[in-house]
Design a protein. Structure first.
Length: 234
């Protein structure tokens, strides 16, 4: 049986609507109306993905997002009335894989779930050997959806992996933010190109010895980013 989509939403009316649309798209769904309930259900049965309302009664959604990310490598879609660009970027910086502003169309939300899962599946099911860079300093394993840096396995979100994989597939090529949104994130909506900056910041903190002087992900000012690692010979 496929793992469920976990809806974390204290507004029961909204939760029922989302649940109905997801079940109509053949997903199995479980619901939690508090952070404590969400953590218990995610520990009991790791979800396929989480739809997370940020306005919860017992814990901030931002804090819960971080705790959920420690339980496993599943996508988190934030659902919130917080709509400013800075608030969206903050959500991505916390590890969210997508960010949907209320009032949200339930049909669009189903699309977002499918798009996030497609990115996750696409990055995790590619047949091929792990690819290493800079004499084995950085290793990307698409089959296991894992990254190892300087011999240490990293905790990395599905979206961070896809961004890194996209850049590393073409070392030396400059990708604009718009391109990374389209190729790595799988959608294109106004304002979301800035979310790439949050994912890049997270990746640099994980793979660079000095995130202010990166060896792998370079900024091309006024354009975007490029991957500067040198692929090792097979």
């Amino acid at each position: 049986m496929l793992p469920p989509i976990l809806i974390v939403e204290d507004d029961l009316k909204i939760a029922r609507i989302i649940k109905a649309y997801l079940e109509g798209a053949d997903f199995r769904v479980v619901h939690a109306d508090t952070a404590r309930d969400a953590l218990a259900k995610a520990e009991a049965e790791p979800p396929l993905a989480v739809i997370l309302d940020l306005g919860l009664p017992d814990m901030s959604g931002e804090e819960l997002c971080q705790e959920l990310k420690e339980l496993g490598s599943f996508p988190v879609i934030m659902l919130t009335a917080k709509s400013s660009e800075e608030e969206r970027i903050t959500g991505f910086a916390l590890g969210a894989d997508d960010y949907v502003v209320k009032p949200a169309s339930p049909r669009e939300l189903v699309y977002r779930v499918k798009a996030v899962l497609k990115r996750y599946d696409g990055s995790g099911s590619t047949a091929g050997r792990p690819v290493s860079f800079n004499s084995g300093t950085l290793v990307l394993d698409s089959r296991r959806h894992s990254v190892t840096c300087r011999g240490e396995p990293l905790t990395i979100t599905p979206t961070e992996f896809k961004v890194l994989q996209t850049l590393a597939a073409a070392p030396g090529r400059t990708f604009s933010r718009d391109e990374l949104v389209s190729k790595a994130l799988g959608y294109q909506f106004e304002g979301y190109e800035r979310s790439v900056d949050a994912h890049i910041k997270n990746l640099r903190q994980k793979i660079e010895q000095d995130s202010r002087k990166p060896d792998f992900i370079k900024t091309v000012y006024g354009i975007g980013y490029l991957f500067a690692g040198e692929r090792d010979a097979v």
